[in-house]
Design a protein around this ligand. Structure first.
Ligand SMILES: Nc1nc2c(ncn2[C@@H]2O[C@H](COP(=O)(O)OP(=O)(O)O)[C@@H](O)[C@H]2O)c(=O)[nH]1
Ligand SMILES: [Mg+2]
Length: 402
């Protein structure tokens, strides 16, 4: 069972033993206080037993454990997805064994399939000859998707060049698929921790609500499963609730946590995190950052300052500047990448909320316009719903008609 005792649990345990000793002392007539002695000894025992059982991590009994199986760890505030109302619940056996990563990816990308691939397919289904009319319709459709104008034209030109060999809807879609895969393949590069860098410092940036905090929790969860020791620093000091949210997840995934107070200087929190990572001998430090600031000071300047502070203390840090992007924003994500990359030199991207978006085609635009590795994709709110980005499986899932 993946449950860690918290301070709260230990206090309850200690209390339960205190009551047990009171019970023993009372049965041996060793309680010298008349007030304590007046209480029947069975009551001490009952309280001890109740407290002890209460602190056991048993689903349905423990106050902070859900009564459903704990393998899947949902995030606290599910965002609204476009699931049809009245959908039948998944069978119990399915929930226990769980879908495979491929099934999850296919399901996660089903909305993007409809919003991107189905639109292109529809063009070819209207006519079987690749004439001028169809080509201009394709051009218009591609520009209307979320991949961005530049990438739309690049894709269009490739198809135009291959026009002679395209003899029907299937070969047209297959040509587009090949091109998309070629674009995405160039950005496939998993986040691998080098053995000679310790602590490996990951600074996570992105606008508010993009999914930074939950992505940090998911990455920490992955790293912990790989046997790494992780410390998380709460550099988003804008709201106290954001710090608490991160602390909750750090506890939940078993990562060490460096807490800041609301309004603290983000770069000094990052510095404290680095200091803690070094002195406590952690493998990885993950730093959360703000998507906006208390002061009118420029966010990018603040993030650059954090970068400088880290590099000064530990030359080379941060080793990864991970930009978290929300797929539901469509083409805005391209603009965000440009801004963060110009300011910070982004070294990796995590694209979140693909499961809730029909605009996931934006990943093709990002991959085409920026030479930045795509490290992760977020396809849901469970801890395991962050997958390393693999171009081939992504494209397979994207073109899956489900
Ligand atoms: N459906 C879905 N929701 C996500 C995903 N990643 C993050 N979220 C949700 O997005 C919301 C904002 O996330 P949060 O981590 O607080 O964003 P932050 O402001 O950048 O730290 C939360 O409700 C998360 O549960 C994802 O991959 N899929
Ligand atoms: Mg946050």
């Amino acid at each position: 069972m993946n449950y860690r005792f918290s301070t709260h649990d230990y206090v309850i345990f200690i209390l339960s033993y205190a009551f047990f000793f009171l019970y023993l002392a009372d049965t041996q007539s060793m309680l010298s206080f008349p007030l304590l002695h007046a209480i029947p000894s069975w009551l001490y025992l009952a309280v001890a037993v109740v407290l002890n059982v209460w602190a056991l991590p048993v689903p349905g009994i423990h106050p902070r454990l859900p009564s459903r199986p704990p393998e899947r760890t949902p995030l606290p505030s599910p965002s609204v997805t476009e699931e049809p109302a009245g959908k039948a619940p998944e069978p119990e056996e399915k929930a226990l064994s769980g879908p495979t990563p491929e099934e999850k990816l296919g399901k996660g990308l089903s909305k993007t399939h409809k919003g991107f691939i189905d639109r292109i397919s529809a063009v070819f289904k209207r006519s079987s000859t690749l004439d001028q009319n169809l080509l201009s319709e394709l051009e218009e459709t591609l520009v209307g998707t979320d991949i961005g104008v530049r990438t739309a034209y690049a894709l269009f030109e490739t198809i135009q060049k291959k026009a002679a060999s395209i003899d029907g809807p299937e070969s047209a879609i297959s040509a587009i698929r090949t091109e998309i895969e070629a674009i995405l393949e160039k950005r496939e590069s998993e986040l691998v921790l080098p053995l000679d860098i310790k602590p490996y410092v990951i600074m996570v940036a992105g606008v508010n609500g993009s999914g930074k905090t939950t992505t940090i929790a998911k990455i920490a969860h992955r790293l912990k499963n790989e046997g790494k020791s992780v410390v998380i620093a709460s550099g988003d000091t804008f709201r106290a609730a954001a710090i608490e949210q991160l602390e909750h997840w750090a506890n939940r995934v078993g990562a060490d946590f460096v807490k800041a107070h609301e309004g603290a200087d983000p770069s000094s929190v990052a510095f404290d995190g680095l200091q803690a990572a070094i002195s406590r001998n952690h493998d990885v430090l993950i730093i959360d950052t703000a998507g906006r600031l208390h002061t009118r000071e420029n966010l990018m300047e603040e993030l650059k300052k954090t970068q400088r502070v880290l590099d000064k203390k530990f030359p080379g840090a941060p080793h990864e500047i991970l930009l978290v992007l929300d797929a539901t924003l469509g083409q805005n994500a391209i603009e965000q990448t440009r801004q963060f990359n110009n300011a910070l030199g982004v070294t990796g991207i995590a694209l979140t909320k693909l499961d809730g978006s029909s605009k996931g085609g934006v990943i093709v635009g990002i991959a085409n316009e920026f030479e930045i590795p795509i490290r992760f994709i977020g396809i849901g709110e469970d801890m395991d719903d962050l997958q390393p980005f693999h171009a081939r499986s992504f494209v397979n899932a994207l073109f899956l008609d489900n």
